[in-house]
Design a protein around this ligand. Structure first.
Ligand code: ZN
Length: 462
């Protein structure tokens, strides 16, 4: 009896989680302005663990270049509505981990999915997380347990930090503005090895550096949240590091002692920091990005009114026809490495469930802080999403990728047609059954139109 009551309570709660909500809680009448709170913790693993993002690594990590961080900014508007921005020096949260973290935040602090952005910098020198890209890492059982223990502790830490950030909220002011810097290179349309002799780089690109500044009421900077659309792949070695976003945060925290600098990754799935592969280069790009943020902090930023509106939804994206059993068996027999592992897993799923998944619930989220619009995408979105969303909603919007669930690459219409890594073969890396259907980009943009409307954001392009 008790069990069924508990179950139905939990079930109704889950239903509630799925519903979009733009208003939460009772509204205190005396609140006048913003409130902001911060919390941070080092999340560098204490023991060797496999590093995420490359199929070519052969063994677990060997030491630390710089620490990895999880940071939380909690904001409350004049009516008492709250949001939390969570940034991490990690590759990306897979669905199950993200769901557990966001469910715990909902249960403990009453925040719905529309009020949470759980994002990652996409550093390729961070730890492998549970159930993420397992086909590309040759983990043995013991190594999987190391990943499981780390992931469990990380989940708890992020939930705890969120509570600390909410509890520490105090009167604040908020400002926003876009800056720019140009070290990203479109990696599909330029050849890495010929860059030194290249005189014209090919796009598309989005050089924006979105900056959100939080000060106390006296004007002293408390936090800076900033972004850039570019893979955090300068480094591919065996030491933990936040790559260029890690260095950018460290540089800003040196420039402005006492602040919390937080990085969010943009729609940078087809952008690389080129040239790359040395620590001085990662530091250079970090400094370039920090300098771009510093310039904005020293110019007139737009002050945001203390109002928050948010909306969230999950749109059903579908996959094209997956390979047949015979085709999968052929891949398993004839290929090696992650292709073989992928084919084996697909065959196991077919054996167990009789079918492969045909669709995926893709998260789309919109925040409006004062007049600043923030659009958040799941997965690894290519830069055309930022370009298209800015065409629809104006050049001043902030676009965040790699948030809430990083389930695969999110190609544009042209990249889906062209194929290649971002359009096709990366689906195997992520363990997905087949390529996304051709209507994927259109569905995502249409969903943003709906979600934006719910959040009170108007289109500039009709
Ligand atoms: Zn990537």
């Amino acid at each position: 009896m008790k069990r069924s009551i508990l179950f139905s309570f939990f079930y109704s709660f889950l239903i509630l989680l799925l519903l979009d909500t733009s208003v939460y809680g009772n509204l205190p009448e005396d609140a006048k302005g913003w409130k902001a709170g911060l919390a941070r913790a080092i999340i560098t693993p204490a023991e060797p663990i496999w590093l995420a993002g490359y199929a070519s690594r052969e063994h677990p990590s060997e030491g630390t270049l710089v620490d990895l961080w999880a940071k939380v900014l909690a904001l409350e508007d004049a009516k008492g509505k709250k949001v939390v921005l969570i940034t991490t020096d990690l590759l990306g949260f897979p669905e199950k981990m993200s769901d557990r973290i966001r469910n715990q935040i909902a249960i403990k602090y009453g925040l719905m999915r529309s009020q949470i952005i759980l994002s990652s910098s996409h550093t390729h020198t961070g730890p492998v997380l549970m159930d993420a890209l397992f086909d590309i890492y040759p983990l043995d059982k013991k190594e999987v347990e190391v990943v499981r223990t780390y992931s469990d502790n990380l989940e708890k830490k992020i939930v705890t930090l969120t509570g600390e950030a909410i509890r520490s909220m105090a009167a604040a002011r908020l400002y926003s503005q876009n800056g720019l810097t140009r070290f990203q290179v479109n990696r599909r349309n330029n050849i890495d090895s010929t860059l030194t002799s290249t005189t014209e780089l090919k796009g598309p690109n989005d050089y924006s550096v979105p900056v959100l500044k939080v000060t106390d009421v006296s004007g002293k900077i408390m936090a800076v949240a900033f972004g850039y659309a570019c893979h955090a792949t300068v480094l591919s070695f065996y030491k933990f590091s936040g790559d260029y976003p890690g260095f950018a945060q460290i540089e800003l925290e040196k420039m402005y002692p006492g602040i919390t600098a937080m990085f969010f990754q943009g729609a940078g799935a087809d952008q690389n920091p080129l040239p790359r592969r040395t620590v001085p280069l990662a530091l250079q790009y970090g400094r370039e990005l920090a300098a771009a943020v510093d310039r904005i902090l020293n110019e007139n930023m737009i002050e945001l009114d203390p109002s928050i509106s948010t909306a969230y939804s999950e749109v059903k994206l579908t996959f094209s026809t997956p390979p047949t059993i015979d085709e999968l068996k052929k891949i398993e027999k004839e290929s090696t490495g992650y292709q073989q592992s992928w084919a084996r897993h697909q065959l196991e799923t077919l054996g167990k469930n009789g079918s492969l998944i045909t669709s995926y619930p893709y998260p789309v989220e919109v925040w409006k802080l004062g007049d600043q619009v923030i659009m958040t995408l799941g997965g690894e979105p290519v830069v055309e999403y930022a370009i298209d969303l800015k065409k629809l909603f104006g050049p001043g919007i902030f676009v965040i990728g790699y948030s809430n669930d990083v389930m695969g690459y999110i190609p544009s219409e042209s990249i889906l047609k062209e194929g290649g890594y971002e359009g096709l073969s990366s689906q195997m890396v992520y363990g997905l059954p087949a390529k996304w259907n051709s209507d994927t980009p259109e569905k995502i943009l249409k969903e943003f139109e709906k979600v934006a409307e719910k959040a009170g954001v108007n289109k500039v392009l009709k």
